[in-house]
Design a protein around this ligand. Structure first.
Ligand SMILES: C[S@@+](CC[C@H](N)C(=O)[O-])C[C@H]1O[C@@H](n2cnc3c(N)ncnc32)[C@H](O)[C@@H]1O
Length: 227
């Protein structure tokens, strides 16, 4: 995925979709602090955070992704490793973010525990990932059919990802000790939609997010480590 990732999320419709998710995460994060981006991929979100005046470090399990993040975020500390075992000392960061990566973790509770540990007291975490709803419940089935007929492309592969319900993800955060937990839904207009459907989806997206959030594709959670 490292070779093709930016083609999908750094440009055009993919960028619109991606920026919308990032904006929601950034709304809840402190400006100008020190951020750790877990599952940082090619560093797209780190550059957004840097633009807001902060500093950023990234961790990703993929060497290919980290090589690209290193190029994109010149001067940022980026390393290969799992978000479930974070190679930083307690209380290092003002903020932890994880964009479109949480659903792929095998031990999400370990990632949250580690995030809690490396956050400073009063620090904030923002996670945006795949949300379970009436539509996404069908996505794994569609992926499997796609793979059977050999339509393999990003967004059309089954990685065993988990689609979270609001209460389910909030309970994971609460069990670790996070407080002020806020769960929202975003991005109904997914980049893989047919052109016309994407255009219409963009038009109704604000309405969907506000009035029928259970139809939106992603789930964004933010929370604080107690002071
Ligand atoms: C869909 S990409 C999102 C990348 C990036 N966060 C972004 O916003 O563009 C998911 C990323 O999660 C990473 N990932 C999956 N499991 C991981 C783990 N256990 N620890 C760290 N990164 C992981 C993948 O390597 C991949 O880069």
């Amino acid at each position: 995925m490292a070779d093709v990732y930016d083609r999908h999320y750094a440009h055009d419709r993919g960028r619109v979709y991606y920026d919308h998710i990032c904006d929601m995460a950034l709304e809840d994060l402190p400006r100008g602090g020190r951020l750790l981006d877990l599952g940082c991929g090619t560093g797209l979100f780190m550059t957004r955070y840097l633009a807001s005046g902060g500093t950023a470090a990234g961790l990703d399990i993929s060497r290919g992704m980290i090589a690209r993040a290193r190029q994109r975020c010149n001067g940022c500390e980026v390393s290969v490793g799992t978000a479930e075992q974070i190679p930083y000392r307690d209380g290092t960061f003002d903020a932890v973010a994880s964009i479109l990566a949480f659903s792929y973790l095998q031990r999400p509770e370990a990632m949250l525990g580690e995030s809690f540990r490396v956050l400073k007291p009063g620090g904030t975490i923002a996670v945006c990932t795949l949300g379970r709803n009436l539509l996404t419940v069908l996505v794994p089935v569609i992926y499997r059919i796609g793979e059977k007929v050999h339509i393999r492309r990003i967004g059309m592969a089954d990685f065993g990802e988990h689609y979270y319900r609001d209460g389910e993800i909030a309970a994971l955060f609460a069990a670790i000790g996070f407080e002020d937990i806020r769960v929202r839904r975003c991005s109904f207009a997914h980049r893989d939609l047919h052109d016309l459907v994407f255009f219409l989806a963009r038009k109704v997206e604000p309405f969907v997010e506000e009035r029928i959030p259970q139809l939106a594709y992603n789930i964004c959670v933010s929370a604080k480590k107690p002071d």
